[in-house]
Write a new protein. Sequence first.
Length: 136
Amino acid sequence: MEPPPAAWINKDDCGSWACTAPNNTLLTFDNAKFSGIQFSGATSDFQIIPNTPGASETFNNCKFKERWNGWLCKNGLMGQLIFESLDADTEDRAIQPIYLTNEEFGYNNPLNSMMDHMWDGFYTGQVRLSRFNGIV
């Protein structure tokens, strides 16, 4: 799992710091079946999350996999929180960063809104929807 590229740090895409959606991907496998070579720790029910310092290591029953740059989890309580601003100026007013925190577990996950994908011909519209996602 790759972290957000530094090239995203610009006014056309993510603003003054990289968009954080790739840091908050959650892959959930229920009743998975395997063929061929299985990875270490393979079971029928598991989750995979990216390596997001301050967040990933706080989840129970997760093991870091260096080759993946991610974590293999056996934790049925994980989910993805997705929310956005419903204000009239949601596309041209920045409200980030937003911090998801849990002091009890040390979870600290700063969120940037998603990338500008609005194109006006051959250039970006330089507006971004204030939409966020985070692993919880």
